[in-house]
Ligand binder design. Sequence first.
Ligand SMILES: [Zn+2]
Length: 257
Amino acid sequence: MTLIPVPAFQDNYLWLLHDGLRALVVDPGDAQPVLDVLRQRGLQLDTILVTHHHADHVGGVDRLRQETGARVFGPAHEPIPAPFTPLAGGDHVQVLSVPFRVIDVPGHTAGHIAYFADDVDGTPLLFCGDTMFSGGCGRLFEGTPAQMLASLDALAALPAATRVCCAHEYTLSNLRFARVVEPGNQELQRYQQQCESLRQHGQPTLPAVLGEETRINPFLRAREPEVGRAAQAFNGADPGDALAVFTAIRQWKNEFR
Ligand SMILES: [Zn+2]
């Protein structure tokens, strides 16, 4: 299986997974870049997986469905371009012979879902839309901090080797903020250097590796003492209260320039 981050818009990746003949694409906000890759590589689009309803994730669904006949799966509780098969947490869907499990991850939007496969050529794979980014997490447009913290906790509990396919290349700006939250985190410093080098060479920083995210992403680290102290300094949050800490750093990030 081959995994390709297809760039779109300013900083989106439309993740495409294929077996040499058939492909799936996740959150095609634009059809054209996907059609180009399908044509260049001689692939048939089999399935479209949607994580949430934002336009930069669904804008290409209708055209791709029309031009390729691909079937569409999406979150049961969000307005996705019909017809599509609605999915919710605990559902299973088989795509290109890969069994995916659906995880409810409300927070960025109210009905956001993620797709997890525990073995794609020996490695677990996660399509998490705008819930988790490398070094960051999605903004809370529809959900509460408690929902988002629970969603991120659910993702962080997946196997450490999981490749995390986030929908945006936000990594460097996220890491600039993460360094302010955790200036003493040596691994974060090393990871930032690695990602800067990748971007200088025009390479994506994604997929991320979940085990690394749990060591560098402040939004997965609300229970770490240094993150708690930073949240306390920001708005007086109780450093022992993971939800208060998470809420503080999410607000801090919104204001961070
Ligand atoms: Zn979004």
